[in-house]
Design a protein around this ligand. Structure first.
Ligand code: MN
Length: 246
C-alpha cells in the first residue's frame, strides 16, 4: 500500500508524527506533504495568488507554505513519483464532527485526494491536547488496514477517535454527521492602536447529537466513521426549484 499523508496542524504536529509511525510499518511507500504551520480551519482553499515553496525536513517530511489542499494537490500533481493507493490526513488535534467538517483543513486534505479519484481518510482526536495520541494512531492504523474495498474504489471517510486508552476505545460505528447551533458571538478586542479587532468565537453547541451521529458515537467511547460526499446539490430543493421556475 502506497500512502500520501498530510494534515492541517503542520508538519511538526504530534498527531502527524504518531500517525506516520503507526502507518509506516504497513506501507510499501509513505510520503508526508504537510503545511509548514498550523492551517486549521482553512477548509478546501487553494493558494492562487502566489507561488508555493516545498522543503524537505531532516526526517524526510515535505512541508509547504500553503494550505492542506495545496499540499495534497502539489503532491499528487508534482512531487510524488507514484500514484498513492490512499490519502490519509491527521491525526488532527480536536474533533471534526457535524458542521466542523466544512471548515476543517484535516478533512480538506483528504477531500483533495478524493477529488483526484483516490480513497481518502481523515482522522481527528475528539479532545485537544494530544492525550492518548498513540492509542489514536493505533486505532487509525486498524481503520486503514480494513481497506474498505466493499465501499468503492473511491471513498472519503471522516474518522473521529475518543481520547481514551486503547483498551477503552470501543469499536468503530458507521455514523452520520451531527449538527451544531450557529457559532457563539465573535470576541472583540482592541489592538495597540485602539482599533477593534475580532477573534472568531467558539463553535456552537450540539443541536443534533442523537443516536447515529458522530457526536453520539464518540461520546459513548466509540470510534466514529462517517462516509462523506462532495456534491452539495440539494436534491429535494432542486425538484422544487424546477417547479418554481417552470
Ligand atoms: Mn487542525
Amino acid at each position: 500500500m502506497k500512502i500520501l499523508l498530510s494534515n492541517d496542524d503542520g508538519y511538526l504536529a504530534p498527531g502527524l508524527l504518531a500517525l506516520y509511525d503507526a502507518l509506516a510499518p504497513i506501507a510499501d511507500e509513505i510520503v508526508v506533504v504537510a503545511p509548514d504551520s498550523n492551517r486549521s480551519g482553512s477548509s478546501n482553499s487553494l493558494t492562487l495568488d502566489r507561488p508555493l515553496s516545498v522543503f524537505q525536513a531532516d526526517n524526510g517530511f515535505y512541508f509547504c507554505n500553503g494550505t492542506p489542499s495545496d499540499c495534497v494537490h502539489i503532491a499528487l500533481t508534482g512531487i510524488l513519483k507514484f500514484r498513492p493507493d490512499l490519502v490519509v490526513s491527521g491525526i488532527n488535534q480536536g474533533q471534526n464532527m457535524g458542521d466542523d467538517t466544512l471548515y476543517s483543513g484535516t478533512v480538506a486534505a483528504a477531500t483533495e485526494g478524493y477529488l483526484f479519484g483516490l480513497p481518502a481518510i481523515a482522522f481527528s482526536q475528539v479532545d485537544k491536547g494530544w492525550d492518548e495520541i498513540k492509542s489514536a494512531a493505533r486505532v487509525a492504523r486498524e481503520v486503514v488496514e480494513r481497506r474498505f474495498e466493499q465501499l468503492s474504489s473511491h471513498f472519503l471517510l471522516n474518522v473521529n477517535i475518543p481520547n481514551l486508552p486503547y483498551e477503552q476505545i470501543k469499536p468503530p460505528l458507521a455514523t452520520r454527521l451531527g449538527k451544531r447551533h450557529p457559532s457563539e458571538a465573535v470576541i472583540r478586542a482592541q489592538d495597540p492602536s485602539g482599533r477593534d479587532v475580532y477573534w472568531i468565537g467558539p463553535c456552537g453547541r450540539q443541536k443534533d447529537a442523537g443516536e447515529g451521529t458522530d457526536f453520539h458515537a464518540t461520546a459513548h467511547g466509540h470510534v466514529s466513521i462517517t462516509p462523506l460526499q462532495i456534491d452539495l446539490t440539494h436534491a429535494r430543493q432542486l425538484d422544487l426549484l424546477k417547479q418554481v421556475l417552470s
